[in-house]
Design a protein around this ligand. Structure first.
Ligand SMILES: [Zn+2]
Length: 307
């Protein structure tokens, strides 16, 4: 079993505690509580060789007088953990008195340096803060909404509708015809970098994971897929996806590319993939270990996938 980057959150999400507004308010004043500050969704980390998230005390944040509601992430050893948007600070490094070891980094860059447990907490905090930013108004009636349950719901001030932080499922699949696997290069940035990856796409409404895998591969590459097997999943907080990783068996091999989405789609031999994974292929690259695509590709290259 594999725990991907952005999973592995060790906190108990405190379902009972988050339903008690008095408990939440007291916890946010408790000196032992820990608060993860995010500035424009960037995470505060410290350390170079062994980086970790920086948690502040409620008192450290109180003196900054930031008008933002904390999100309750959960509990570890009875210590409450929160996330707080501090984007209101113009110069957070100065206002937080940060030393040279501490810096705000984009969540992807931070995740490459942090232990898995920290990436899991960061992914929860980033996805949820971003969702709250974008859902200040009710999608049913247009009135203002307000956060409740420590961030697990927003309630409409007028019609009473409840809105819940959403997760968007994405199917990502490594398709094989036995000895070769199918990788694509999407249009844009990746096309210029020589990067080839597993095909992927959002799962549609009224569609199973297997059906989404077959549809996406048919649309992007014109290849028919038969059996589909689940491998593992990865939260991807940009802004709030869940990557559902699968392997699939090709039932046809001719490729017809959807040129609006894909710059190239090709079959690759196992030895080419092994070279690309080792960073030794002369022309192509594959995603690094941060991404679930790497692990889908590696599992196949290592011979762990058999149909
Ligand atoms: Zn409403």
């Amino acid at each position: 079993m594999i725990t991907h980057v952005f999973a592995g959150n060790p906190l108990d999400r405190g379902e009972a505690e988050r339903r008690d507004p008095d408990w939440l308010a007291a916890a946010f004043r408790d000196p032992s509580s820990r608060v993860l500050p995010l500035h424009r969704l960037n995470a505060l980390i410290e350390g170079r060789d062994e980086a970790r998230l920086v948690w502040l005390s409620p008192a450290e944040l109180a003196r900054l007088d930031i008008d933002a509601q904390p999100i309750f992430l959960g509990l570890a050893d009875d210590i409450a953990h929160f996330a707080l948007d501090i984007s209101a600070l113009a110069d957070p490094n100065h206002e937080l008195n940060l030393d040279e070891q501490s810096r705000f980094e984009d969540a992807r860059a931070a995740a490459m340096q942090l232990p898995i447990a920290d990436t899991g907490m960061l992914s929860h905090a980033r996805a949820q803060l971003d969702w709250h930013h974008r859902h200040g108004f009710c999608s049913a009636c247009g009135a203002r909404t307000a956060m409740a349950r420590g961030g697990h719901v927003r309630k409409c001030s007028d019609c009473g509708a409840e809105h819940f932080p959403r997760t968007d499922p994405v199917a990502i699949m490594l398709i094989s015809d036995g000895e070769r696997c199918l990788l694509g290069q999407s249009q844009g940035r990746l096309a210029r970098s020589g990067m080839y990856s597993a095909l992927a796409g959002f799962i549609d409404q009224g569609e199973s994971i297997e059906e989404a895998v077959r549809r996406e591969v048919r649309e992007e590459a014109g290849v028919a897929v038969g059996e589909v097997r689940y491998h593992s999943s990865q939260p991807w907080p940009f802004p709030s996806s869940l990557m559902i990783g699968c392997h699939g068996r090709a039932e046809s091999t001719a490729i017809t590319i959807d040129e609006t989405e894909m710059a190239d789609v090709r079959w690759f031999e196992r030895r080419e993939i092994a070279a690309a994974l080792a960073g030794e292929h002369p022309t192509i690259r594959v995603p690094g270990a941060l991404a679930i695509a790497h692990h889908l590709i590696k599992a196949w290259a290592d011979g762990d996938v058999r149909f």
